[in-house]
Design a protein around this ligand. Structure first.
Ligand code: GLY
Ligand code: MN
Ligand code: MN
Length: 463
């Protein structure tokens, strides 16, 4: 846990922002895999971690703004828990570490919530993303499970997003340290060990193993595929061959649950072909120029559109696209090759706070989501502020089904040279992703740089 002053300050700030009422934050429970006692690794709710730091199942917290009191609810370990789980630290002790003096048994929660409801007090809670928490909220507030999220507090969502978006020095250090000591090393080791004849799962396992060996977990399921054009591809069963590009999107999660999220695309043979290099350099240019644009006050949608421009112009130079660049961008023609957004906020979640609603996290009143294919997937579009941490992840993909569809529909056909595009139909995809902190002066790429020029990658992969 961070020092208790960190959690006290966060809760006080939340009280100041909301002004009155009380905030109910349920922590997560264990989640069964195939029977109740065989569970997925426990993952605490990120907002609960943010305000309380307590990384144990079956805890709930109330931040009582009206009475300026913070309470943790949960049961102390009984003899049976101690027999099976060991001598656990007392909840009272852990709560003290989070600066909380009052601990009540779990059953008191119902009484306290009922009392607050009867008094007509405002009780704020966040939308739930797990079925058991939806059930708990429904039961406590007497609402239908299917509708419970419509009673979530928009005021609380906005306050939490505002607070969690701006990272403090502890959070930045946690992310940087994980990048430097775990994520960057597992990328470099994967580059060294990647050779034709091995399977994708050997590379994925290598990375996960190195994370576990360093007391970390993975922030999300690893993407490690010779089919990089399949954007969220979690299949790792292919044998890697010379000539393939291997797209790896992986990030360690720190012991305090801060995410890192890196993508590199490497040639299995250890050397990029000219064709691969051309596409790679273009994505790298989009990445570097996007990073250089980042500073407080810049709208991330502008950075995304600039990356799309670089990609469109580069593809025109390579003979794959044609026509007027402004018109191509206005019509979303680039999205055949770059169909996703440039990036997202990152922090306690890899897509930070996505459970609270993407439009609250990545958009604001002056930044409304587009409905155009491609840019509609942009998770972060709004103006950047000092202290934000975000990803920058341009890519170019050759997705045969999309190419076929747009060709047969004559969709935006004035912008494509299909004859040339078909020469790349088996190319796969290239994405390069870094994590960036917005600073007062501009930006800082988090942690030790992971090799990303073609020369640096080829040097590491030299056999
Ligand atoms: N790792 C998923 C993403 O880059 O958003
Ligand atoms: Mn990623
Ligand atoms: Mn990402």
């Amino acid at each position: 846990m961070f020092p208790k002053e960190v959690y006290i300050k966060r809760r006080n700030e939340l009280k100041r922002r909301l002004g009155k009422g009380m905030v109910f934050l349920p922590g997560n429970h264990e989640s069964p895999m195939n029977y109740a006692a065989n569970q997925y690794p426990f993952r605490q709710d990120s907002t609960f971690l943010y305000y309380f730091g307590i990384d144990e199942p079956d805890r709930a917290g109330i931040i009582d703004i009206d009475n300026n009191n913070d309470i943790i609810y949960g049961n102390e370990a009984d003899l049976e828990d101690i027999i099976w789980m060991g001598n656990l630290k007392s909840l009272e002790e852990i709560s003290k570490q989070a600066g909380i003096g009052e601990v009540k048994p779990h059953h008191a929660l119902e009484t306290d919530i009922n009392k607050a409801v009867a008094e007509g007090r405002e009780i704020h809670f966040l939308p739930a993303y797990r079925a058991d928490i939806k059930d708990e909220l429904s039961w406590l507030f007497g609402k239908n499970t299917k509708e419970i999220n419509s009673f979530a507090s928009v005021g609380l969502i906005r306050a939490v997003v505002a607070q969690r978006s701006v990272k403090d020095a502890y959070e930045i250090a946690e992310m940087e340290n994980t990048m430097t000591t775990v994520t960057a090393p597992f990328y470099h080791e994967t580059m060294r060990q990647c050779v034709a004849g091995k399977f994708e799962y050997e590379m994925a396992g290598l990375m996960e193993g190195m994370a576990l060996k360093n007391n970390c977990s993975m922030a999300y399921p690893v993407i490690c595929s010779v089919n990089g054009q399949i954007l969220h591809n979690h299949y790792h069963g292919n044998k890697m061959n010379d000539g393939d590009l291997l797209l790896i999107d992986a990030g360690a999660e720190s012991p305090l649950h801060y995410a890192t999220d890196i993508t590199r695309t490497i040639p299995v043979s250890g050397k990029f072909t000219n064709r691969q290099k051309n596409i790679y350099q273009l994505v790298l240019k989009a990445l570097n120029e996007s990073i250089n644009m980042i500073k407080p006050g810049v709208k991330y949608r502008q950075v995304h559109l600039n990356a799309a421009r670089i990609i469109t112009e580069g593809l025109k130079d390579l003979g794959l696209m044609k026509g007027n660049t402004d018109d191509a961008l206005a019509n979303g023609a680039h999205a055949m090759f770059f169909p996703h957004g440039l990036g997202h906020m990152i922090g306690l979640d890899v897509h930070d706070m996505e459970n609270l609603g993407e439009n609250y996290v990545g958009y604001d009143d002056s930044t409304i989501r587009s409905d155009q294919f491609g840019i509609q997937y942009l998770r972060l579009a709004k103006e950047l502020k000092e202290g934000y941490t975000l990803t920058v992840e341009p890519g170019i993909y050759f997705i045969p089904a999309l190419i076929e569809k747009w060709k047969s529909d004559h969709h935006l056909s004035e912008f494509y040279n299909f004859e040339k595009i078909y020469e790349y139909i088996d190319f796969g995809g290239v994405r390069i992703e870094d994590n960036v902190l917005v600073t007062a002066e501009g930006r800082k790429v988090l942690g030790t740089p992971v090799a990303k020029t073609t020369d640096d990658i080829e040097n590491i992969m030299k056999r």
